[in-house]
Design a protein around this ligand. Sequence first.
Ligand SMILES: [Zn+2]
Length: 447
Amino acid sequence: MYGRLYRHLLLPLFDGVVKGRRTMSHWHDAEQSQWWTREQLEEFQFKALRSVVAHAQATCPYYSDEWNGRGLDASRLQSPGDFTAWPLLNRDTIRRQRLKMRTTAPVKRMSKATGGSSGEPLQFDLDSGSNDRRTAMTYRGYGWAGAAPGTKQLYIWGTAVGNVPGWKRLKMELHHRFDRHLILSCFEFTPQMMRQHFDRMNRYGAEVIVAYTNPLYEFARFLKQEGLTPVKPRSIVVGAEKLHDFQRELIEDVFGARIFETYGSREFMLIGAECEHHSGLHLSMENLLVEILNDDGSPTPHGQEGNVVITDLFNYGMPFIRYVNGDRAVAGFDLCPCGRGLPLLKKVVGRQLDTLDTPDGRKIPGEFFPHLIKEFPAVRRFQVVQETREVITLKLVVDGGLTLAEREQMLSEVRKCTGTLVDVRLQMVDDIPLTNAGKLKVVVHAV
Ligand SMILES: [Zn+2]
């Protein structure tokens, strides 16, 4: 009852009237356009691409300098093939050029930050209108998993790390209740806490579980070992960490429900999600152009692994044009038997963050660190080294240094998570080398 009321009355009122957003109408449109043919979708997408590229060249100093210098002209972008001439963009450039990447046009902007799952935190901007569109994409994608707004959901998710004021925590708690979400922090899935989480979960009786992959997998293993049977949800949505087949099997077995994998990031929100056919991730194509490219920038052949490159079609505040996000995926955009025209991304690989072990049996997801580090904007790059089970070193590349208070705060947050048996050390370094594949490893095991 509340679910229907929420979806059809409360959410539209809050979102549209109180907040003045257009999320609901974008969501409505997206529910229609997913059934368009691939050709119709590509036509829509290319039109949006031309507009944002023209806007970027006309109003963003970084893009006009960069493209004019290469003789590129947005008006000559006549077919998707022409777009291959446009240069790629990486995180480092965004860090250095953020201000020049912003539009000079009067667009209402908001600022966001990524925790930097690749080890390099990032601050960026987007216009409020595009935030409504990406929220709509998330509603639709989660809807495929039976997790549209209004459903009763239990989250095993990354929660705010650091000193969040009491009033803010209260506000967040009220929001979650209004949304019918119960949030369990994935940083608290210690062996000691799991029994408590199990009881809470069963009392809550969620329709859908939404979780980071690794904590949910650890939880499923615990329940199986202990012979505990959870109340069955209708479905499970996982994201933020790579899902291995063995994890999918165990989780589905323990919870008695199907998993729907999602792929998203702070920069773009939902990039892709599984439908009821589970044959790949349908891309949020009306909002994003996703390419899979080789290191030299050429398109990766069907079935092979390449770099994920994304263009946001509606971020007019600070356009992301051909952004290399650091993830790897298998190329080839097939159609799905479900009949939706949205292409399928076969498989996302190479964004797994390792787990740290502690002497008292905790397993700390690598995702903890990006969440923590994003609270310290001076940190440009970081890496966590598990020297032994008892010693963890946090290597930091810092612009301008950290204050003593900041160091203490960082250490104290890490210790909350690792417990008292681990010696946590901070080490300031000039650089952190990348792997042979050109990627930064967030968690390194020295032993
Ligand atoms: Zn499908």
